[in-house]
Design a binder for this molecule. Structure first.
Ligand code: SF4
Length: 222
């Protein structure tokens, strides 16, 4: 009983810390800002603020900055890790082989790409598709958080380890994180495997389908 209370308390503290960090990323630095009228963020405004971003070293090798695309009022947002070669060339998220698989996954829950929003943790392609580094993630992340604040989705699907660990601020493995919803800034966040991982590990498709079925049920609630 005592242990349960302790765990719950830790969860609340972790959520509060995450919330404060989220607010800070959105430019709110004092709790007294409650009640102060803030301008509603828009995707266009965020895009303008980002401009031809050179805030981290990833801009050096990019062809295109991949901002994200889809319905600006989407109830469901997919968040991946970062652009790959095809995405960098086209300036759109998830357009390569992994992107085709993501499109099929979205269609399997009776939605289209146009009805959801798709973005990434970092907006420029890491060289040779290496993992984004912590400083690159920290520099780019505020823009994704602002996009989420502008869209205010009810459901977020974090695709792969980086997206799930970054948004949930945890080092837990994706295999432990997936399979159930996590509370995230007023939304429900479902971590699942990245489509690129699925291409290499087709046996994990069943697990993703289980996660997607939960998303579909939650989406139907409106
Ligand atoms: S990855 Fe993000 S922070 Fe870095 S240059 Fe690109 S847009 Fe800017």
């Amino acid at each position: 009983m005592k242990e349960d209370t302790h765990r719950e308390l830790n969860q609340i503290v972790a959520q509060l810390k995450g919330h404060l960090k989220y607010q800070k990323a959105l430019g709110i630095t004092t709790l007294l800002s409650q009640g102060v009228r803030r301008e509603r963020l828009t995707l266009d405004g965020i895009k303008q603020e980002l401009g031809a971003c050179t805030r981290c070293r990833l801009h050096e090798g990019r062809n295109h900055l991949v901002f994200g695309e889809g319905d600006p009022h989407a109830r469901l947002v997919f968040v991946g890790e970062g652009p790959g070669r095809d995405e960098d060339l086209q300036g759109k998220p998830f357009v390569g082989r992994a992107g085709e698989l993501l499109t099929r996954i979205i269609e399997a829950i009776d939605l289209t790409r146009e009805e959801v929003y798709i973005a990434n943790i970092v907006k420029c392609r890491p060289p040779q598709n290496r993992n984004p580094r912590p400083d690159e993630i920290q520099t780019c992340l505020p823009f994704l958080l602002k996009q989420l604040e502008a869209i205010r989705p009810r459901i977020i699907c974090a695709l792969g380890t980086f997206a799930a660990q970054t948004l949930l601020e945890t080092e837990e493995k994706i295999s432990a994180l997936r399979g159930h919803f996590h509370a995230y800034q007023g939304a429900k966040l479902m971590p699942t495997y990245h489509p690129a991982f699925l291409l290499r590990n087709p046996h994990s498709k069943r697990a993703v389908w289980e996660d997607m079925k939960q998303i579909k049920e939650e989406y139907k609630k409106g």
